[in-house]
Write a protein that binds this ligand. Structure first.
Ligand code: SAM
Length: 292
């Protein structure tokens, strides 16, 4: 079972200075915490992103689609949402799949937002939050039926994450991740320069090969629609950026980096895309879908 590809990245901030990781996927120099006033820029970047519905491309519809592709699941699957941010995926998993969700992130304000949202939507009992690093998750082997990571796996790196998270999957479990990737063999010079500065994008073929090499069957590949970049992410983010107070320390740089990233998507979006991967640990004899 597979969806047909169309092209892929972006993502909101990761943890700030206290969290000891890079702030965003387009880790622009301005937002990476390096250089003069780096901490102020990171703080400004977080201020721009606070309270947004999501911190990277996605939608509830896409989460539901990926969930359907990941089935069948047990009646009350144990789900781990890695790099959950404000937790839109966690809420969908709790509501649609009746999952018992463990939502993990390093940034406590996101976890607090999720706790409030889960309570407001009547699924507070089904969502627990854990502040920890995806590089060292404090759970026993085979703890989860479903591992979910929308717009966050890049923080650890696709290959390392697939290999190191696998131990957490119970027999029969599935992993769903989204990753930004190249959509064309001949990207514009502007897109190439932007991504060379920010993140090394791979092709779908490279990611599929990497998933297989990490021991997974690729059950489905689902490109995110272009609306997933804008409706709940870039559109509210650009409104924030335009209304931001330039007198706040670091804000000019944070706004400039944010608007550059959004303009890149508007002007060169055909060159890259976000793609969802539905994976299952592979038994040695198993074959997987043709992802094309
Ligand atoms: C681009 S955001 C995506 C958030 C959410 N999944 C969404 O789609 O809205 C990436 C998330 O990863 C989190 N993160 C970054 N590095 C992390 C790490 N080492 N361990 C856990 N979470 C991390 C960030 O705090 C942020 O919430």
């Amino acid at each position: 079972m597979t969806d047909i590809p169309t092209p892929a990245p972006a993502a909101g901030p990761g943890p700030g200075p206290d969290d000891n990781t890079s702030p965003t996927i387009p880790t622009n120099a301005a937002t990476s915490g390096h250089g003069a006033g780096g901490d102020a820029v990171v703080a400004a970047f977080f201020a721009l992103h606070a309270g947004l519905p999501r911190q990277g491309p996605g939608s509830d519809a896409t989460t539901r689609r990926l969930l359907a592709l990941a089935g069948p699941l047990p009646p009350r699957p144990r789900a781990l949402d890695v790099g959950c941010g404000p937790g839109r995926a966690s809420l969908v998993l709790a509501e649609q799949a009746a999952a018992e969700v463990t939502a993990l992130d390093l940034h406590q304000p996101f976890l607090d937002e999720l706790t409030r949202a889960a309570a407001a939507r009547g699924v507070g009992h089904a969502v627990r939050t854990v502040r920890a690093s995806m590089a060292d998750m404090p759970f026993p082997d085979e703890s989860f039926d479903l591992i979910w990571a929308e717009g966050s796996i890049y923080h650890l790196g696709f290959d390392l994450a697939l290999r190191s998270w696998r131990r957490l999957l119970a027999p029969g479990g599935a992993m769903v991740v989204t990753e930004c990737e190249r959509a064309t063999g001949s990207p514009s010079a502007a897109a190439r320069a932007f991504w060379e500065r920010n993140y090394r994008l791979r092709t779908r073929d490279e990611n599929v090969a990497a998933a297989r090499a990490a021991g997974y069957a690729v059950v489905a590949v689902h490109p995110l629609p272009d609306d997933d970049w804008f409706e709940e992410y870039y559109t509210p983010l650009s409104e924030r950026a335009r209304a931001a107070d330039p007198a706040v320390a670091g804000m000019r740089e944070a706004v400039a980096a944010t608007l550059e990233e959004i303009a890149m998507r508007r002007e060169h979006g055909a060159d890259y895309q976000y793609t969802g991967y539905v994976l299952r640990p592979r038994a040695s004899t198993e074959t997987d879908v043709n992802h094309r």
